[in-house]
Design a protein around this ligand. Structure first.
Ligand SMILES: Nc1ncnc2c1ncn2[C@@H]1O[C@H](COP(=O)(O)OP(=O)(O)OP(=O)(O)O)[C@@H](O)[C@H]1O
Length: 273
């Protein structure tokens, strides 16, 4: 169970995230939605301590995440893998090596300095790539792959960490609808098959509805909605997106994603850009 208690992050006097308290049981798939600047990325980054809360507490089971230091903090960051909109691969290295880099925090410093990978690490990386359907790219330079393939490499690298939780910061914002669907299907299957908690920031409401059992809506740094996707009523959408919610149309489907699990197609509710 991940627990946030009155978590606040200020930049100067401005509160990007204010007084957020939520509990996320292990194995949930959670979508965090909200307008640009609502505080979604800041919230996610505090979970794996890329940035620290100004106030409040983040706990994972009995561990007080927000006060970890040194090796314990590195262990937490290993358990709490993160993928990003811009993939963050090393473009000049091949795909296999990029994926194996996810294993660094499991190795001794000496082994890392030696710079060699074991047979079992290679096999694990190939298996992760196979799971994501891109094993054929293993020896290609990562920078030569399409955006959708690169994001799948990033997910494979995250899996190499054997994480308890996968944080995804706008994982499909740079992708076309087909690649976005492939990436979201991958996150969903990892969530369902490995029981890994997935918390993902999303720009499009329809994606959150399609893939996430729970949606957290943020506005002005605060949580203004927290519930199952099917409770995202028009009123809830207005709370999250404010006046722009008035302009949302059920009919816009250009970025609508239907999961490969055969989810019934639903109308897209996408805020005006
Ligand atoms: N390092 C920083 N210094 C100052 N202000 C920051 C910093 N990081 C974020 N902010 C501010 O905090 C607010 C929330 O930013 P955040 O990136 O969390 O929003 P977001 O909901 O993820 O937006 P987007 O969807 O555009 O990524 C914004 O007003 C942003 O300008």
């Amino acid at each position: 169970m991940l627990i946030l208690e009155n978590v606040t992050r200020r930049f100067g006097s401005f509160a990007a995230v204010e007084n957020v308290s939520v509990q996320i049981p292990q194995g949930q798939m959670v979508g965090v939605i909200g307008r640009s600047g609502a505080g979604k990325s800041t919230l996610l980054r505090m979970l794996n301590r890329l940035i620290d809360p100004s106030d409040g507490v983040v706990r994972f089971n009995e561990v007080q995440v927000s006060s970890l230091k040194g090796a314990a903090l590195r262990n937490w960051q290993r358990d709490c893998a993160m993928i990003f909109q811009q993939f963050n691969l090393v473009p000049r290295l091949n795909v296999l090596t990029n994926v194996m880099l996810g294993r660094l925090n499991h190795r001794s410093t000496l082994l890392n300095l030696a710079g060699s990978w074991s047979r079992s690490e290679r096999a694990m990386a190939i298996m992760a790539l196979e799971r994501l359907g891109i094993a054929q790219t293993a020896l290609q330079r990562a920078g030569t792959l399409s955006g959708g393939q690169q994001q799948r490499v990033a997910i494979a690298r995250a899996l190499m960490q054997s994480p308890k939780m996968l944080l995804a910061d706008e994982p499909i914002a740079s992708l076309d609808p087909l690649n976005a669907q492939i990436v979201m299907d991958s996150l969903k299957s990892i969530n369902q098959e490995e029981g890994i908690t997935v918390i993902t920031n999303l720009h499009t409401l329809d994606t959150a509805r399609t893939y996430c059992e729970r949606v957290i809506g943020m506005a002005g740094g605060k949580v203004v909605f927290d519930g199952p996707a099917d409770q995202l009523t028009a009123d809830a959408v207005r709370m999250i997106y404010g006046a722009e919610g008035e302009d949302l149309s059920e009919g816009i489907t250009s970025t609508s994603l239907g999961s490969s699990g055969g989810t019934e197609s639903i109308g897209s509710l996408e805020p005006a850009a």
